[in-house]
Write a protein that binds this ligand. Sequence first.
Ligand code: SF4
Length: 374
Amino acid sequence: MRISYSAFDTYQNCPLKYKFQNIDRIKTPKSKEAVFGSTVHDTMKFIHTPSILSPTLDQAMEHFSLAWNPAVFDSPDEERAAFSQGVRIIQDYYQKNNPANFNIVDLESRFQIEIGNKENQHVISGIIDRIDKTEDGYEIIDYKTTKKMPSQDKVDSDMQLSVYLQAFLSRYPKEIDNIGNLKVSLYYLKHGVKLSATRTVEQLKKSEQLFLEAIQLIEQGKFEANMNPLCDWCGYQNICPMWKHKFKETRKIDTEEVNAAIDEYIELKSAISITKDRLGEIQEKVLQYMDQEGVERVFGSQGIIARSVRKTYKYDEKKIREILEPLDKWESVLKVDGIALKQIMEILPYNAKIEIEKAKAVDKESKSIAVKKK
Ligand code: SF4
């Protein structure tokens, strides 16, 4: 199968969105974020297009202004804010980078690489924003206009950078011997920060394997909806089962009572969270007062607040093991701590995360409800 890196990325975020976009081929208007990103990318290309004299900041600004499309924004205020942000990005970029100092090899470089073997061969395509020649090797750069910046750990295992490096190596195969000097970077333009890493041959092999596994899932028709932070900007909300209620023209039960219950639930939940915050603040004050007075119980007009010491214990694992193993009970106290596992997932390499996902199975199922306020 042929798949672009961006389609793969969409599948990773939400398989259902991938299906709508790439299989059902349902077109959606380009979001304002995407239009903003394209204009900034286009300006970056203009700045670095090799010429005798590199464009000045004013020329880059002019290019940005001419490429700007105000029509995609909802209001003049929103449009003005986005334009100013674009201007700030370019100014900041010029402050930190002199375009004349880079040795550009290629810009918006299209690639197609084959992965897999004869029986299971696939083609990945994509566009690398920029390839530079550095003193001792090359640097592959991808510009980002997103607000959120990842941790260095994430950059170290980022799939996109691995695929781009593989594409670079298919064009310059001899560079494999110099892999330690091939830098892969994500330039977060809104922050003015470039995060860089390198890859090993093993990492590239592993990322190819993960790509093949995702392709296998696509070929098996696995297209479940996956709610994620990008849902709010998804153009398929009106046909997505996760947003069905919002867009349902006729609801089976649509009484005032149900609608009022939904609104009251949201209101109460937010009141609870405000109360919790306030409770925390007051608790601090009361505890401080207890310390100052040297008492464990304080008396108010509404009742008594009492303090008690709650202890949590940790055990000497070696000793416990020595006691329980001969009794054949050691295994029964060993358990993977799901909460601790979730906490470290963030910083695990991508490959490890996928392996952990594969190792999990539903144990018990219960329903809970969460509130997201408008
Ligand atoms: S709204 Fe969210 S869950 Fe639904 S298709 Fe889009 S990304 Fe997927």
